[in-house]
Design a protein around this ligand. Structure first.
Ligand SMILES: Nc1ncnc2c1ncn2[C@@H]1O[C@H](COP(=O)(O)OP(=O)(O)O)[C@@H](O)[C@H]1O
Ligand SMILES: CC(C)(COP(=O)(O)O)[C@@H](O)C(=O)NCCC(=O)O
Ligand SMILES: [K+]
Length: 246
């Protein structure tokens, strides 16, 4: 059995796999004692490798390694962005500076599409990356994620006071602070959707904890439903492909 981890700036997502497929999976904060509660002692003993895609700090990477060592003696290998993998060519002149999650999501997307597509990861940050017909990465964008936008308003203004747990979904002009803030975030997500819909039609692969918000924006913008594909495990899919080829 191999354990695969996608360690983002908010959550650690993991999957335990063997040759037949996914045996267990989970997600949570690195500090949570429940993070790996879905792995049984028998499964920990049967784990022979741990592969990690991380964008967290170096200190957090070391803490993650120390945490894993409490459960298993299996070797832990970290995988980073490379200049190329198979047909996928990274657009960065310095590939090592591109987030490993973006790279592994591209590898996962390419294994499914084998053609032009866009990968959007709506996590702590929102990233969008373009792949050309031949697998060349054209580049992408990094934006604040939904929660980062809300926290930034709370931290950097004196009078924009709202309930961060709101679930307002409209995009009409707001008539209260709550509505202006949440309709504003939805409006911005809609703008991303409209921009992506404009460049279509091509497969749009969505991942990350806020992928559903991007999906709603894309459908609102008139994107054909069949081109919008939510792939919650895209980073781990790509990580497993790279790990298997090592
Ligand atoms: N159970 C959850 N816990 C934390 N954030 C969540 C959860 N479900 C959805 N989210 C949303 O998704 C974002 C985190 O998504 P995720 O893909 O885990 O981020 P990252 O890859 O940056 O760790 C949060 O900012 C939040 O808005
Ligand atoms: C942009 C990111 C923070 C997204 O990570 P996440 O939101 O999943 O935590 C991550 O891909 C990253 O740290 N990138 C490094 C800079 C770059 O990709 O150019
Ligand atoms: K991510």
């Amino acid at each position: 059995m191999n354990l695969y981890l996608d360690a983002g700036n908010t959550r650690i997502k993991w999957q335990l796999r063997d040759g037949t497929g996914v045996l267990a999976q989970g997600a949570g904060l690195m500090e949570s004692p429940e993070l790996f509660s879905g792995v049984t002692p028998t499964q920990w003993r049967a784990t022979v490798r741990v592969a990690v895609s991380t964008v967290r700090s170096e200190r957090a990477r070391e803490q993650l390694q120390e945490l894993l060592a409490q459960y298993t003696g299996a070797p832990v290998e970290f995988f980073w962005t490379e200049s190329h993998f198979g047909s996928v060519q990274c657009a960065y002149r310095t590939p090592e500076s591109m987030g490993a999650d973006r790279w592994h999501a591209l590898i996962g997307a390419w294994s499914e599409i084998r053609g032009r597509c866009v990968v959007v990861d709506a996590g702590s940050a929102i990233t969008a990356d373009w792949l050309e017909e031949d697998g060349r990465h054209l580049g992408g964008y990094i934006l604040p994620g939904k929660r980062m936008m809300l926290e930034s308003l709370q931290r950097n203004t004196a009078r924009v006071l709202f309930n961060a747990d709101n679930s307002l979904t409209d995009v009409m002009p707001g008539r209260s602070t709550d509505e202006c803030v949440f309709h504003g975030v939805n409006w911005l997500m809609g703008a991303i959707g409209s921009e992506l819909a404009r460049i279509g039609p091509m497969p749009l692969l969505l991942t990350g904890g806020d992928a559903v918000h991007i999906r709603e924006a894309l459908l609102r913008a008139g994107c054909p439903g069949e081109s919008v594909r939510v792939r919650p495990d895209l980073v781990i899919e790509g990580l497993a492909i790279v790990d298997a080829a090592r």
